[in-house]
Design a protein around this ligand. Structure first.
Ligand code: URA
Ligand code: SF4
Length: 214
């Protein structure tokens, strides 16, 4: 297994065709332990695409992104920021759940760079069809997949930025003239000492997106 590319349909394929091909992916070992692939979902004409890390336990079981606790929090933040949820598409940098067993519990494990790189062709294929105006980068894993290792979410969050020249494989992501807003991952809000402050920070960053869409 050396990446998803051989499993991704050709450029002529629709987003639905691409989604239909994803369950066959053997591009890295993560498919072995996971229940199913979790592809992006939402409006095929979305102006905004949110990119998270990888499915969690609930997403792995349901086959849909951001339907667990982090997803509920994200939905609340999107509402509070005044972004119309009907105009969104939500996906992840890595499309299978990576976890470790601890007793009978499946504990989330952050994907490695190898998983991010292996899964990237699916993300590229989504972007090629969606061509969003604004990309919302949720946390460090999405930033690594989209913008490369030198991008710091904590330094750049909440700013409407042009697609950086330092992004890996320039021209790979068909996003011109997309702009991006980076922010913390909703799971980081759930883990924060002060969840209220962390949530308000996430909402403030998403308001930048809402203003850019207005
Ligand atoms: N966290 C993510 O990054 N993505 C999901 O789909 C769920 C939780
Ligand atoms: Fe393929 Fe991505 Fe799943 Fe790895 S994580 S098997 S590259 S879909």
């Amino acid at each position: 297994a050396s990446g998803a590319q051989p499993y991704v349909p050709p450029a002529s394929a629709s987003l639905d065709d691409v989604r239909a091909a994803a369950p066959n992916c053997r591009g890295c070992e993560l498919y072995e332990g996971a229940t199913q692939v979790v592809f992006g979902r939402g409006d095929a004409h979305a102006r905004v695409v949110f990119v998270g890390e990888q499915p969690g336990d609930v997403e792995d079981q349901r086959g849909l992104p951001f339907v667990g606790p982090a997803g509920h929090l994200l939905r609340r933040a999107v509402d509070a920021a005044g972004i119309d949820p009907a105009h969104l598409y939500i996906t992840n940098a890595v499309k299978h759940f990576r976890f470790q067993m601890r007793g009978k519990r499946r504990i989330h494990q952050t994907p490695d760079q190898t998983h991010i790189v292996a899964c990237r062709p699916w993300l590229v294929a989504e972007f090629a069809r969606l061509r969003p105006e604004i990309v919302v980068v949720l946390g460090a894993t999405a930033a690594k997949a989209l913008l490369g290792p030198s991008f710091r979410v904590t330094r750049s969050r909440g700013e409407l930025l042009p697609w950086p020249a330092s992004a890996p494989n320039p021209g790979d992501f068909p996003v011109e003239p997309a702009r991006l807003v980076a922010t913390i991952h909703p799971s980081a809000v759930l883990r924060a000492d002060n969840q209220e402050i962390a949530f308000d920070g996430l909402v403030a960053d998403l308001k930048v997106v809402a203003r850019a869409l207005a």
